[in-house]
Design a protein. Structure first.
Lengths: 155, 155
DNA sequence: TTACATTATATGTCAATACATTTAATAGAA
DNA sequence: TTCTATTAAATGTATTGACATATAATGTAA
């Protein structure tokens, strides 16, 4: 369905405005569908994102600060997200040897198992994007990269 | 900057997975920059979105339910967002004549003035997307429409 | 008309988030 | 060394959000 129909708006200031609204709308759509899939496993999309980052480093530990740099949403509280994962036994936390301010986080066996189980769901989620060909998906990604390539800092 | 650098991940399962992560990351990036611009005016992106929907109907009223259908993020609580706008004097709420369950919401003079002031900021925000040509912006929007064109319901 | 289902909105609740502040460790300059 | 700045992570707090439920009006079938 076109964005015009989805948000019941027929006119946009210009193609850029339309693209911006469509981007926000589509990201919400995708994020909500992911949240819905993860709900039965008692994981939020953010927790899932952190868990996958941990798996990406496994068996090496990663520090909280490095997790933040890899997160899709930088604004969220990585420290508390890790807390949640610890509470569920999906990760382990140990003091970093060389820097006692820092903390090493590693995904646990249970975390790896849960992710393995969720990999099938992830396929299902990615299939939502199968309306696009591989070439189109690459083109979309390139356009998004270009969109962000402003020199501006802050706001 | 490419998404690889931004989230420090060099490999993706496939082009679709990469596009999905890029979409979520870019939407957060855009949304955060908008929040940052709006902050001095004590408006959240969601409140701003509702205010613009109200202006789109002005001078006609719009019902809360119709606001929800136009919102970029359907999950948020439209009723409380409208509350916030009323509290700030940016909108007015009157009982709907023909259906006493419903409520008519109209943007106020103050709301219109605030939006007029913000239109310049909005230009600035849209300029973030000026890295793309008009054709590219349209292409991006079309790809997003296509991405959402799955027949699936729910998750 | 009476039931009952549906619709529109509001509210209660608890978790998640944003953002500022705190605590503690490290780095570097004087 | 001492002082100060910086960095890493945790915490406090107020706001926002999701989601279930409540309230009230409307529509509809018997």
């Amino acid at each position: 369905m076109s964005i015009e129909t989805d948000i019941k708006q027929s006119k946009f200031r210009n193609p850029h405005h339309k693209a911006a609204l469509n981007l926000l709308f589509t990201a919400n759509w995708l994020s909500n569908s992911q949240a819905c899939l993860l709900k039965p496993y008692d994981l939020t999309p953010q927790q899932y994102n952190v868990l996958r980052i941990l798996r990406g480093q496994y068996p090496n530990p990663i520090r909280v600060n490095d997790i933040i740099e890899r997160m899709l949403d930088r604004m969220s509280n990585a420290s508390r997200l890790v807390d949640k994962l610890l509470l569920k036994g999906l990760a382990q936390r140990t003091e970093c040897l060389h820097d006692r301010r820092a903390v090493d986080v590693v995904i646990s066996e249970a975390g790896l198992n849960l992710l393995a189980e969720l990999d099938n769901l992830q396929d299902h989620w990615e299939n939502k994007l199968q309306q696009l060909s591989s070439e189109e998906a690459t083109l979309l990604s390139d356009l998004l990269d270009k969109l962000r390539s402003t020199s501006e800092t802050s706001c």
